[in-house]
Design a protein around this ligand. Structure first.
Ligand code: HEM
Length: 442
């Protein structure tokens, strides 16, 4: 996502001074910095509930009150802005990528960060072609081939070593395992785990390039640019080596090296740029969502017992979490032609904030929407987006999280919340999740 962020400056063709701060940046600090940036203040569920009851449209920048950046990035406040809260309105905007476009995300970021190859910032035919290029690596058939690898990795490398200690903060595990899995799926050499943690930290530094506090903007943007450059160089090493070795493999890099784009093969620069633009979407999104899944598993009476007894309920637990507590609370689109909602004219060039977190709790669609109910008859919700930009990695994420939950329940007997530690809480105005999930077992 994450890909939901806005302009990040980077000039990979110019010499960029490598920051020693960034070289020392560890994944945990980088993750916490992003959490702090996108946490904001206020109760977004309550604010949305009030809006749904009072008015289906907000004229102005609804998100501003929470003190978080939007993916309109530094352009916030520069254009007329509107917000929508109801299920069908959010669905209609997200599904119509002709009227509601994304390329504003590339403005300022432009060729520098992505050479225009940043999938979430693409529209129309260009987006469709890139999607077709990347999609095969994320299809269920491909991802299912990885299921055993994922499960073995989660158990052997992460959870089995924890068993004797009989207590843990599961978010420590949650921070590292998606990175490990994603880099393997993308086709990086599997032995370089320390390198991936570094890459993941740099990726988060890129994501942290959006700041609303004016005193932090300059440093954050400089770090984001340097991190993007460092990441570029590191991925380039892998891509060059893979091409020299014959561009084999079913992983993403192998597929991109052999793929055609606009009638021609991709050069190394294009492959690197694509891979780099995927990385922000692939790690902390899964970490935060796992935190919410675990929190709702432990905090909702009766759920843990039921799921322990019947593992076929795990996918329902995940789907209901993604409805009830979507990771990203809103999406922004630019309006490509004049439109009207509820008699309010929205001129071309405006921003529309789609409150996903509100649409997922719309009582017209979901019975008792504020009840967490894994038995609910599933209807489309927007935690993975909707329409042409819907999350390409959703199947990967769901399989990863399901493997994690099953392995935790298998390996930690009588697992329960640690009574000596604060219970987990899901928080955040823009990105939601739990910072800690302290558990004990026998
Ligand atoms: C639970 C974890 C995840 C959540 C909640 C999530 C959520 C989302 C959402 C909401 C969007 C739509 C953005 C928009 O419409 O503005 C999106 C797009 C995207 N996600 Fe995910 N994501 C997750 C995991 C992943 C993973 C593991 C990958 C793998 C690389 C990934 C790759 C992408 C990409 C490439 C896009 C952009 C698609 C496009 O523009 O066509 N995501 N994600």
């Amino acid at each position: 996502m994450i890909i939901f962020y806005g302009p990040v400056p980077c000039e990979h063709n110019k010499e960029t001074e490598l920051s020693s701060d960034l070289n020392d940046l560890d994944l945990k600090s980088a993750y916490t910095a992003v959490s702090d940036t996108y946490k904001g203040t206020g109760d977004i569920h309550a604010a949305c509930r009030e809006m749904r009851d009072k008015s289906p449209i907000f004229v102005g920048d609804f998100i501003k009150q929470f003190g978080v950046p939007t993916n309109a990035g530094l352009q916030q406040g520069t254009r007329p802005t509107f917000a929508l809260f109801r299920y069908h309105d959010v669905m209609n905007v997200l599904r119509d990528a002709t009227t509601y476009t994304n390329s504003f995300i590339l403005e300022g970021l432009g060729a520098a960060f992505s050479d225009g190859l940043f999938i979430l910032g693409m529209d129309g035919e260009a987006h469709r072609r890139v999607r077709a290029l990347l999609q095969p690596a994320f299809m269920p058939d491909t991802v299912n081939k990885w299921r055993d690898t994922m499960e073995t990795l989660i158990r052997k490398d992460f959870l089995e070593p924890l068993v004797p200690q009989k207590k843990a903060d599961l978010m420590e595990f949650g921070l590292y395992f998606p990175i490990r899995i994603m880099y393997a799926l993308m086709g990086f050499p599997t032995q370089d785990t320390d390198k991936y943690k570094k890459y993941a930290a740099w990726t988060l530094a890129m994501v942290g390039g959006n700041q609303i506090d004016p005193t932090k903007v300059e440093e954050a943007r400089r770090n984001a640019g340097t991190a993007a450059k460092m990441l570029y160089d590191s991925i380039m090493e892998v891509v060059v080596a893979r091409r020299a070795a014959g561009s084999q493999g079913d992983d993403l890099i192998g597929r991109l090296l052999r793929a055609e784009y606009e009638g021609e093969g991709l050069d190394d620069h294009q492959v690197v740029t694509f891979v780099r633009s995927l990385l922000p979407a692939a790690g902390e999104t899964t970490t935060r969502t796992l935190g919410s899944v675990l929190t709702l598993l432990f905090n909702t009476p009766g759920t843990l017992e039921r799921i322990k007894a019947d593992r076929s309920l795990v996918p329902k637990l995940i789907d209901e979490t993604i409805r009830y507590e979507p990771l990203a609370t809103f999406k922004v689109r630019e309006v490509a032609k004049d439109v009207e909602f509820y008699g309010v004219k929205i001129p071309k060039g405006s921003f529309v904030q789609c409150l996903v977190v509100s649409a997922n709790h719309d009582g017209e669609i979901f019975e008792n929407p504020d009840v967490f109910d894994i038995d609910r008859k599933q209807k489309p919700s927007f935690g993975f987006g909707f329409g042409p930009h819907m999350c390409i990695g959703q199947f990967v994420a769901k399989v990863e999280i399901a493997c994690a939950i099953n392995s935790i329940l298998d390996l930690f007997p009588n697992i329960r919340l640690d009574p000596d530690m604060p219970p987990p809480v899901i928080e955040g105005a823009q990105l939601r999740g739990a910072s800690h999930v302290h558990v004990i077992w026998d």
